[in-house]
Design a protein around this ligand. Structure first.
Ligand SMILES: Cc1ncc(C[n+]2csc(CCOP(=O)(O)OP(=O)(O)O)c2C)c(N)n1
Length: 269
């Protein structure tokens, strides 16, 4: 079996624009899935609307495609009813922390055994380039023609604060790092958050004088710093940088296990 066996060939050609790096996330996932020998029959992938949300429709697993922002709500239902299956959720940044923000913080708080892979492309890609809560100040979007004035969310800090027991950030330039943390996220027991900095040449790049997909990826290379490098940098030097690494790796009781234990006791009585 190879990583290609996890692809649904009939879904091709890929729907993404030329230069979109959601494909890099998909490619990495396929390779990690192959290394982990993920069982297609016992893995459920939940996704919603948006470009990032559409990634799983190319994957040969049990794929559930739901309403925008609600992937984690459906994933929670799947995991609670079938705690034995592996549940993975693919989301865009708008999907995860704008419309789906509430589901995200509560899934993290509950520590339900789900892996959330969030593609952070700084924009609403599919609907024409409206700003997302991750759009950095000053960058343009259709709804921010003079530049974004709001501060951006830090997805990892949000996950950390809400109680996610594994939190990491990587990007589509440092693919070996992405591969490593994706594997760790997918093997973690409890709610794992993996934020991946991706690029959208069509909606974000064109509006921000980086229509060339290579330039956008080079920007990701230039603005990301590793945790080790960040430790030696001043607050001023870290301004406008994005730190990649593993920020939380901890254990605490997992929701479906607590639930099953309670049910077991009730059944006995
Ligand atoms: C309930 C609901 N609200 C809004 C929409 C419109 N909508 C579809 S995709 C999208 C934004 C997509 O952005 P993101 O989730 O960041 O994913 P991307 O396309 O950038 O990968 C929006 C607002 C919808 N389909 N359903």
């Amino acid at each position: 079996m190879s990583y290609l066996d996890y692809i649904k060939e009939k879904q091709f050609p890929l729907f993404t624009c030329a230069g979109c790096t959601h494909g890099t996330v998909t490619n990495t996932f396929l390779r990690v899935a192959d290394e982990l020998k993920l069982d297609k029959e016992n893995t459920v992938i939940v996704c919603a609307i948006g470009c990032a949300g559409r990634i799983p429709t190319f994957l040969d697993f049990n794929v559930l495609r739901v309403t925008h922002g609600r992937a984690l709500a459906f994933a929670t239902g799947v995991k609670l009813s079938r705690p034995d299956v592996k549940v993975i959720v693919f989301m865009g940044d708008g999907d995860a922390v704008a419309i789906g923000g509430n589901h995200f913080i509560h899934a993290a708080r509950r520590n339900i055994d789900i892996t959330a892979i969030i593609s952070h492309n700084e924009i609403y890609g599919m609907t024409g380039g409206q700003y997302a809560p991750t759009t950095l100040q000053g960058f343009k979007a259709t709804t921010a023609p003079y530049g974004m004035i709001e501060p951006a969310f830090d997805v990892c800090e949000l996950a950390k604060g809400a109680g996610s027991t594994y939190v990491a950030r990587s990007d589509v330039y440092h693919i070996n790092h992405l591969h490593k943390v994706m594997k760790n996220a997918l093997t973690h027991k409890g709610f794992s958050t993996l934020e991946v900095i991706t690029s959208c040449p069509t909606q974000f790049g064109r509006r921000n004088k980086m229509a060339d997909p290579i330039k956008l990826v080079e920007r990701i290379r230039d603005i990301t710093v590793t945790q080790t490098a960040a430790e030696k940098m001043s607050v001023e030097e870290l301004k406008d940088k994005i730190v990649i690494g593993e920020f939380v790796k901890t254990e605490r009781p997992e929701l479906t296990e607590i639930y099953e234990e309670k049910l077991g006791k009730l059944r006995k009585n």
